[in-house]
Design a protein around this ligand. Structure first.
Ligand code: ADP
Ligand code: MG
Length: 372
């Protein structure tokens, strides 16, 4: 069965419901496209290619960290994220409280990436009978901790049973003044490419947790050896959103020209900015900020540290561009690193290694993580 499961021949039902005015359905079954062929972004593009906007208030629809909606004096930002057990989290090593915290934070981060202030969120759960109320209490304790810390109001959600496992969907509303919003699309050739904090540790934390999980599975009496890896594990299990960057940049008189949060890895996010802004980039590998201990652990795992930063993801730092004239203002700010600059699109998208080689920036999947 090409679809991977059996169904009625729904084409007739579809014809009755929606397509009476259109031509009759073809009798032969069309060729089906696998999702693997499309990839996540290919799928989103395909699903949304016929979307039309009906309201002038919708200033930005699909394609950024959040949608932007005109609300008169200010604009509202709206974003949503889905966390699926077995795909985004593994309950073997992810405590429920951390999971709740992270589910909230990844949404708050998307509002920070638009240069907005997070305000309200909804939390929806699909949960199978294997979970106890106490486990879900813990999940909510984590959500509420994040709401307290980032001053976000939990205003609703939805709850459903599920056949298997746990799914959490969080939606968030943020706010900003119209001229404060920063899109992925505003970078210009010559702009400086900057990143907050350091990168790659969340991925290294994941590797440590996965290693201890395999040991545990072979011998359930063995408790995991996690001491000494607090930073890396914390980055994976309990990330923070960089909401303070908005005020920090405002305070030094800088408005980024473009911005995105690093959920999928530096390379993928740089490519989003390049694509949406219509620019190229020159990234300097040696400038990518990576925690020293994370570097050492990466090498033990035979992973090039910069590859953990480029392809690992889940650091939830902000990647942004500023005008070249802002160099003096930003060059000595603690916690912000200039890692390259944007170029004309014809110059391509390259990373320069410390020994001067140019390598094309590509968004690698997980398989690309195994380095020398
Ligand atoms: P992020 O990594 O910041 O959460 P995504 O890469 O998930 O962003 O999504 C990119 C854009 O595509 C966003 O504008 C998002 O709202 C939109 N998007 C993702 N999935 C869908 C979908 N199934 N239908 C419509 N829009 C989607
Ligand atoms: Mg994002």
């Amino acid at each position: 069965m090409a679809a991977g499961f059996s169904t009625f021949d729904n084409r007739k039902i579809q014809y009755i419901m929606f397509e009476k005015k259109d031509k009759k359905p073809a009798e032969s079954k069309p060729k089906l496209t696998s999702l693997a062929e499309l990839g996540e972004f290919g799928l989103i593009d395909r699903l949304t290619r016929n979307v039309k906007l009906h309201h002038p208030e919708t200033l930005k629809g699909i394609g950024d960290d959040a949608a932007v909606i005109d609300a008169g004096a200010s604009v509202l930002l709206l974003s949503t994220d889905l966390l699926v057990e077995g795909i985004h989290f593994d309950l073997t090593y992810m405590p429920f409280r951390h999971l709740g915290y992270k589910a909230a934070v990844v949404n708050i981060s998307d509002i920070a990436a638009m240069n907005g202030v997070p305000k309200q969120m909804t939390v929806s759960l699909a949960v199978s009978s294997k979970f106890s109320a106490e486990a879900l209490d813990e999940l909510y304790a984590g959500v509420i901790m994040a709401c307290e810390k980032y001053k976000v109001d939990l205003v609703g959600g939805d709850t459903s049973s599920n056949v298997k496992g746990l799914v959490i969907s969080v939606s968030i509303i943020g706010e900003a003044k119209k001229d404060e919003i920063v899109y992925r699309s505003g970078a210009r050739s010559g702009d400086l490419l900057c990143v907050t904090g350091d990168l790659g540790s969340a991925y290294i934390g994941l590797l440590i947790l996965e290693r201890e999980k395999s040991v545990f599975q072979v011998n359930p009496d063995m408790q995991p050896e996690l001491s000494g890896f607090d930073y890396q594990i914390g980055r994976q299990l309990r990330p923070e959103a960089r909401t303070e960057i908005r005020n920090l940049l405002f305070g030094i008189g800088i408005k980024p020209t473009s911005m995105i949060d690093i959920s999928d890895g530096l390379a993928s996010e740089i490519l989003h900015i390049c694509k949406q802004s219509g620019v190229g980039c020159k990234l300097f590998e040696g400038k990518i900020p990576i925690d020293e201990h994370t570097r050492e652990i990466a090498k033990e795992y035979k992973i090039i540290p910069s590859v953990a930063a480029l392809s690992g993801g889940e650091d939830y730092e902000l990647l942004f561009t500023v005008r070249q004239e802002d160099y003096e203002k930003i060059k000595d700010i603690a916690g912000i690193t200039i890692i390259g600059h944007m170029t004309a699109p014809s110059e391509g998208k390259y990373m320069i290694t410390p020994d001067g080689k140019s390598i094309p920036v590509t968004a690698q999947g997980w398989d690309g993580m195994r380095g020398k």
